[in-house]
Write a protein that binds this ligand. Structure first.
Ligand code: SF4
Ligand code: SF4
Length: 439
């Protein structure tokens, strides 16, 4: 029998509000001794978690308490940037027995689960493993606020995000699921450049949003708006064959990509400079090549910060991981050293330096949470906005729905998440990818 808290969280459609959107009820069904709130928020310019913690501290602590109850955890850790003074001042008096703050420096990446678990607990997740394998579970701020709301019977119908970069008023906001990026951009006063491009999820790990009509999902954490001519946009829109050609010809094997790699610095067998060497000399069919990139968390540090020649070691690691999945029998992942690199503390990358390197200094301003609400005339709710199987619609065209009403269910026996209407209205479209509702 699932724990009643996990059951309420499943019913409310809570997923990890960032990354791949792993269904939270599955995490709450596990047994761990330590539950962590990942409040590292290390993507440059994003600050919605900082604002959520300041304004919704009670709910966040409630969410952590519930998660600890469900999983049997006796220790709850809020891993938070030490410079978030207001949020700390709000949270600290609310902490309950077994809960503590872990103050972090402003480094990138600090939010990778392997990194945050090691920093906060000293435990190293086994190669290819999960926090669960060292007795930990990790959720971000918004997810645990949603857990607290789920326990009160409130489903997930909105997403919190920061809109920063080339916009009139950088803001953080809570917006209905399914609203278009175009409307969110307007809430921030619109772009200040012609032909703006949005990075969905942040400057480092975000992807170029294909269209301004694309909807906000449960995992949308921020849009960084940049001119199309910006270095980051040029890097992120390079065709794959161009990246491979560059990787084959220009790497001088300086190994900076490896020296700064956060997973390498934790002792994992990830050496992007060797991946680059293999692309250039040994060829991609080598079995060993496929093992070298396996532990990459795709943080982009090597691509966008470490490499002095603007080469794409991360993209080559992604290619090597893709190849690894096709090899039969699959080569075993290479073992880790079992300890962090002695130079780790000296090689961590300050976010301020990263912002400079990325060419984002002009956009480095605080984006406060706005009280303005978006009231979209229509929303598009993607059926796949989480890890697992797409949700199955339980409504049909013409049905009237209220905000918070269930519109799509988890397929029987599958990993997935439920979906709820984010506005009052009428269903005007149902297909294999989305449900559309018009007010
Ligand atoms: S993207 Fe680069 S720096 Fe980040 S984990 Fe992968 S190889 Fe290491
Ligand atoms: S940092 Fe760049 S040039 Fe140096 S080894 Fe890595 S990919 Fe090659």
């Amino acid at each position: 029998m699932p724990h009643p808290i996990a059951d309420a969280v499943r019913a409310a459609g809570v997923v990890g509000a960032g990354g791949a959107g792993f269904p939270t009820h599955v995490k709450l069904d596990a047994k761990v001794d330590t539950y962590l709130i990942n409040a590292a928020e290390c993507e440059p310019l994003l600050c919605k978690d900082q604002e959520l913690m300041r304004l919704h501290a009670e709910e966040l602590v409630d969410g952590l308490h519930l998660a600890m109850q469900a999983t049997g955890a006796t220790r709850g850790i809020v891993a938070i940037k030490a410079k978030y003074h207001d949020a700390i001042a709000r949270l600290e008096p609310l902490l309950r027995p077994g809960m503590e703050l872990f103050r972090m420096g402003s480094f990138y990446p600090a939010g990778d689960e392997y990194v945050v678990v090691y920093d906060a607990t000293g435990r190293l997740i086994p190669v290819g493993g999960l926090p669960l394998h060292v007795g930990c579970a990790v959720n971000n701020v918004e997810t645990l606020i949603n857990v607290a709301r789920a326990a009160q019977g409130t489903p997930v119908t909105s997403s919190a995000l920061t809109v920063a970069g080339a916009v009139s008023h950088p803001i953080s906001a809570v917006v209905p699921l399914g609203v278009s990026a175009r409307e969110v951009l307007a809430l921030a006063g619109g772009a200040t450049v012609d032909d703006p491009v949005l990075l969905d999820g942040g400057a480092m790990m975000g992807r170029v949003l294909p269209s301004l009509d694309d909807p906000v999902t449960k995992t949308t954490g921020g849009y960084i708006v940049l001119p199309r001519s910006h270095h980051l946009i040029r890097r992120k829109t390079r065709p794959e064959e161009v990246k491979v050609a560059i990787a084959r010809t220009a790497c001088d094997q300086c190994s900076y990509c490896t020296e700064f790699c956060p997973r390498f610095l934790l002792g994992y067998a990830i050496e992007p400079h060797k991946v680059m060497r293999s692309v250039g000399f040994a060829g991609e069919a080598e079995r060993g090549w496929a093992q070298l990139g396996l532990q990459c968390c795709e943080c982009s540090l090597c691509d966008l910060y470490s490499c002095p020649e603007d080469l794409p070691p991360k993209d080559m690691c992604i290619r090597s991981k893709r190849l690894w999945r096709t090899i039969e029998p699959r080569p075993a992942p290479l073992p880790s050293t079992g300890h962090a690199h002695p130079m780790r503390d000296h090689r961590r990358v300050p976010i301020s330096r990263l912002i400079e390197r990325l060419g984002l200094r002009a956009y480095d301003v605080f984006a406060p949470l706005t009280a303005d609400r978006l009231e979209p005339a229509a929303v598009r709710l993607n059926l796949r906005q989480h890890t697992g199987a797409p949700a199955c619609p339980v409504v049909k065209v013409g049905d009237a729905v209220r905000a918070g009403e269930l519109v799509a269910e988890i397929p029987a026996g599958a990993l997935g998440a439920r979906l709820h209407a984010s506005i009052d209205g009428r269903v005007v479209g149902v297909d294999e990818s989305a449900i559309r509702i018009q007010r």
